[in-house]
Design a protein around this ligand. Sequence first.
Ligand SMILES: *[C@@H]1O[C@H](CO)[C@@H](O)[C@H](O)[C@H]1NC(C)=O
Length: 239
Amino acid sequence: MMAILWLLSLSLPTLGAHVLISCAYKSLCQLSLLSGNDVVLQCDHPRALWYFSSILEEDTLLLSSMPNIKKLPGGGLQLTNPQPSQTGLYSCQDNDNALVVEYEIDFQDVTNLHITHKDLGQKPLQNETLDLGGRVLMFTHWEPWQDCNRCGEPGERKRLGYCYIQEEPLEKPLPCRLYLGQEKVESRLMQPELQVESCLVPCNPIKEINQPYFIFDSYQLSKLTNSMWLTCPLASIYR
Ligand SMILES: *[C@@H]1O[C@H](CO)[C@@H](O)[C@H](O)[C@H]1NC(C)=O
């Protein structure tokens, strides 16, 4: 008997265990996501053709038979357990090869997630400036805090952050790998972050609590594994 144990935590709107990503017709959306977490890229065209160009290689591939990628009947593309190596441009075209929608996605490595608890004095990663011919700012771009996991008593809330690079203060920042392409950079900031803090909110029976989850590790337990020691990275003095 094999059992898979998922270690779960927060994140985004989901369809089953999939995060749904959408983008306006004929637009390019650039975003960062966590590797290891299933996503569906939406493309509203029943006979969609999907192409992929990796950030690490020059080739453009017609996506039809990659083991962890599946085209859905409505036109969407389902990526199961996407890897950082699958960072790149996903382009959806109609059967006349006209662009329907494009996604440029930086799958940041969830196995390197940097976890800190604000109220235990743990500091998130600090901004850095890099010299890449010109100076650029590398920083963690935070998503909004999730809702508190308890009400009427002390609880915790979380937020996710991704590595971004910005050239000038007023320019739009880009996910690090999309900015860097194949360029190698040694920096601790080249990883996603999770921050936890304590919270105390009154109960509001009308409000729906928004605590989506993400997977940051999974273990397969088998007969060969007699016993296993699991340490929960989010275990805390508040629970
Ligand atoms: C890091 O840079 C971002 C983007 O410019 C900025 O919003 C943030 O306040 C900076 N953080 C610190 C601690 O300077």
